[in-house]
Design a protein around this ligand. Structure first.
Ligand code: HEC
Ligand code: HEC
Length: 284
């Protein structure tokens, strides 16, 4: 719960942004400026993890209770992402500075809540342990991927893909490969409006092989051990949630007796049906 000081800070913040809207209306229409103002405001708040857990109930439907997303990258892993990155992405998405038609309706203040709720859920998600088994690429071109990563990515995303909290550069280690591919393309083509212009320049001219190799390598970078969940971990905050088998029960081996068993009997022969006879008076 926000204490009195935060409530006062919040009203000053809100008053401050209202003042901006009045004084510089052209900039206030700009989604990037709106998102930036909210980002600054959220960073000044003290997060409440209990409320973060409540807010996260909405997110769990897509990002799963553990925040691990799905291996096919439809939903990204958000668990363990840097807090500033989560705040920036949420602020960007709801200011429409990053298109996310699927998630947009759940990000608006009426559903997610105001800046305080955003601060709360970001802190909650950032503290979730990450899956040790994310979706990776085919693993065929990792030497090239490693070279490209060191030359073109490490400077910003870190040697181990750990990101940069103060510059809100995403942690990319352990992210699902298909999601990395999708974002890379969106960033390169400009479809992702909030992308970093310096990164766009850096990846200009990458061939399809370069892109696949570097992102496969990236998906295999391991987050630090203290960020990873123990094997079999499920989020105890959502005990009744019906989970899909992602990252859980592996398929049991096929029993060998069944492999050697004789083939099952075929269907019985059908009785022979005599040909139809013409009715009395009918010509055959
Ligand atoms: C209806 C499904 C849905 C819901 C509900 C949802 N999300 Fe998302 N979220 C997505 C999808 C899909 C993406 C990736 C979109 C893309 O490909 O650009 C995403 C992306 C994100 C990202 C950006 C991740 C990154 O690394 O770029 C963050 C952060 C995020 N969601 C947090 C949340 C939080 C917090 C909530 C709850 C308040 C939430 N989401 C609710 C579907 C959802
Ligand atoms: C100049 C710094 C810089 C360089 C170099 C750079 N990036 Fe980025 N990258 C960023 C920033 C900043 C973002 C986040 C932009 C935003 O949404 O605010 C980002 C976002 C991404 C994302 C989306 C992550 C997510 O969770 O949504 C991927 C994937 C990515 N970068 C991969 C790469 C790869 C691979 C390379 C090297 C080939 C690279 N980047 C080089 C700065 C950089």
């Amino acid at each position: 719960m926000p204490n009195r000081a935060i409530a006062i800070g919040l009203s000053i913040g809100l008053f401050g942004s209202a003042w901006c809207v009045v004084s510089i209306p052209v900039r206030a229409q700009d989604p990037a400026a709106i998102a930036r103002a909210e980002y600054d405001q959220v960073l000044s708040l003290t997060p409440d993890l209990d409320n973060g857990r409540e807010v996260y109930l909405t997110c769990a439907v897509c990002h799963r209770p553990e925040g691990w997303g799905t291996l096919d990258g439809t939903y990204p892993q958000i668990a363990g992402q840097l807090r500033t990155v989560i705040i920036k992405q949420l602020a960007d998405i709801r200011a429409r500075n990053r298109d996310n038609p699927l998630m947009y309706p759940f990000s608006v203040p009426r559903i997610l809540g105001g800046p305080q709720s955003l601060a709360d859920v970001a802190a909650y998600v950032a503290a979730l342990p990450m899956t040790p088994r994310n979706g990776v690429g085919p693993g065929v071109d990792l030497d090239l991927g490693g070279q490209i990563y060191a030359e073109h990515c490490a400077r910003c995303h870190g040697e181990a893909g750990e990101g940069n909290e103060s510059e809100h550069i995403p942690l990319v280690a352990g992210q699902h490969y298909p999601y990395l591919m999708r974002q890379f393309d969106a960033i390169r083509s400009g479809r992702r409006h909030n992308s970093d212009p310096k990164m766009v320049k850096q990846i200009d001219g990458f061939t399809p092989r370069d892109r696949a190799a570097v992102l496969d390598y990236t998906s295999r970078l391991r987050p630090p051990a203290d960020k990873l969940a123990e094997a079999g971990w499920t989020n105890p905050d959502f005990p009744a949630y019906v989970r899909d088998p992602m990252g859980a029960t592996p398929t049991p081996p096929f029993p060998p007796e069944l492999l050697e068993a004789p083939p099952p009997p075929g269907p019985p022969d059908y009785p022979v049906v005599p040909p139809a006879q013409p009715l009395p008076g009918e010509s055959p």
